[in-house]
Design a protein around this ligand. Structure first.
Ligand SMILES: Cc1ncc(C[n+]2csc(CCOP(=O)(O)OP(=O)(O)O)c2C)c(N)n1
Ligand SMILES: [Mg+2]
Length: 354
């Protein structure tokens, strides 16, 4: 795991900017709108549970706009990543998650500061949600030094505090997630660990099903799951039905096993962002004009970070063997041959130890 004080400072600064932008956005809006609204989710399907999450979800205006903004940022970052890949500026693997924003944003909205998360290789959105700014994600993708792993991790290996990546081996994150949860138990932090995996890695267990295209249903279910775990009832499996617009990775157009019409229909009828937008507007929490302004700001922010991630420098060769271990017992690391010893630098404490 890699870290730098710089990225932590940048993260704080970005959060401050986001708070500032949101507060100016709120004060500039005419305050004649609803400050909160309640929506019905689809029923949750339960398995081996006497009681499930409530299907009535109340969201206040500030949380609604924040979640909307987060989903839009992730959508735009994924679009930018797809373009950079086609320009051959992102190399190696690149797995996008457009269409699945409600799963990540809804879960994050229910997580508490002491909770941790680990996922597979489809990790760009989570990296942003767990505190890395847009530039930190985009420059990691382009392999440059402003990346959250200084360009050494790339698309599949991004980390931040309480975010254990980005794992390339299908299913590997599940036992690791159990280990992170045990660590929380032994250390008495009161935190839980969310270990995410796809249908391709699924197994069985205590399950309930969630509409993964509804950000409020995901938030509601995650709150329920966290309460379940922290009240001593043990681990829980939660299944979210979701739909990804992109294929498996950039080498898969995603149209050989489904039709373009099917993808188009989901976009038009079940898109997590469009449907949440409608809820925000119909409940009077914001006007279409206000959301448009927010969307323009998001577009500018992601475009700017994308531009910088292309211009950014790569790290020097001397950094190639930096931060391999968090606690290096030897100051040299073996190169490609045993007689080629490279220095092991330490740039700072690992992100999960800060
Ligand atoms: C142990 C292992 N087997 C096979 C692969 C190749 N592989 C990469 S992604 C993938 C599909 C996994 O699908 P799913 O868990 O549903 O996740 P999704 O890509 O849909 O998010 C496979 C088989 C791998 N990375 N690791
Ligand atoms: Mg899958």
């Amino acid at each position: 795991m890699f870290s730098s004080t710089l990225s932590a400072l940048r993260r704080q600064a970005t959060q401050r900017n986001v708070n500032k932008a949101l507060s100016s956005w709120f004060s500039s809006s005419r305050n004649t709108y609803a400050t909160e609204a309640t929506f019905e989710t689809k029923p949750f399907r339960l398995h081996k549970l006497d009681e499930g999450p409530s299907t009535s979800a109340t969201v206040n205006k500030e949380d609604a706009i924040r979640m909307y903004r987060e989903m839009q940022i992730i959508r735009r970052m994924e679009t930018a990543a797809g373009n950079l890949y086609k320009e051959k500026i992102i190399r190696g693997f690149c797995h996008l998650s457009s269409g699945q924003e409600a799963c990540a944003v809804g879960m994050k909205a229910a997580m508490r500061p002491q909770d941790a998360i680990i996922t597979a290789y489809r990790a760009h959105g989570w990296t942003y949600l767990m505190g890395v700014d847009v530039l930190g994600v985009m420059s990691e993708l382009t392999g440059r030094h402003s990346g959250c792993a200084r360009g050494k991790g790339g698309s599949m290996h991004m980390y931040s505090h309480n975010f254990y990546g980005g794992n390339g081996i299908v299913g590997a994150q599940i036992p690791l997630g159990a280990g992170i949860a045990f660590a929380a138990k032994y250390l008495g932090t009161g935190g839980v660990c969310l270990a995410l995996y796809g249908d391709g890695a699924a197994n069985q267990g205590q399950v309930f099903e969630v509409d993964g295209m509804d950000v409020l249903a995901v938030r509601q279910a995650t709150e329920f799951a966290i309460n379940h775990c922290t009240s001593g009832k043990g681990p829980i499996v939660m299944e979210a039905f979701t739909y990804r617009y992109s294929g498996h990775s950039m080498s898969d157009p995603g149209t050989s096993y489904r039709t373009r019409e099917e993808v188009q229909e989901v976009r038009q009828t079940r898109d997590p962002i469009t449907s949440f937008r409608e809820r925000i507007v119909s409940s009077g929490m914001a006007t279409p004009d206000e959301l448009k302004k927010l969307e323009q700001e998001i577009r500018r922010e992601v475009d700017e970070a994308t531009k910088r991630s292309k211009q950014d420098a790569e790290i020097g060769m001397d950094e190639l063997t930096a931060d391999v271990y968090s606690n290096p017992l030897e100051d040299k690391i073996r190169g490609i041959a045993p007689w080629e010893q490279l220095p092991h630098k330490r740039l700072g404490p690992a992100v999960n130890l800060k």
